[in-house]
Write a protein of this length. Structure first.
Length: 94
């Protein structure tokens, strides 16, 4: 895996700001989680890193290459959603 660097990333949908000035680095081989309440911009951030959404401002670097406006197919990256609670029914109170 290459380093993922997000610099001052922002995404607006009209007047609504979904992601505001987000910056972080995920180093090669590091384990990373985005945690937060519903509607805080986690999925939108991942969609921008994957190239499924274009940011309003900021930049995304993968392995040192600026891919901010590259198509998803040109990024060689993917992500998988993990649904909270999926597969954990066996741990519930019965």
């Amino acid at each position: 895996m290459a380093e993922i660097k997000v610099n001052h990333l922002q995404k607006n949908f009209g007047d609504f700001v979904a992601v505001k000035n987000s910056s972080f680095t995920v180093k090669d081989g590091e384990f990373f989680c985005l945690l937060g309440p519903s509607g805080c911009g986690k999925t939108t951030t991942l969609r921008m890193i994957a190239g499924l959404e274009l940011p309003t401002a900021g930049e995304i670097l993968l392995g040192g290459n600026n891919v901010t406006f590259n198509r998803a197919s040109e990024r060689d990256i993917a992500f998988v959603f993990q649904l909270f609670g999926a597969g954990f029914d066996q741990f519930g109170d019965r």
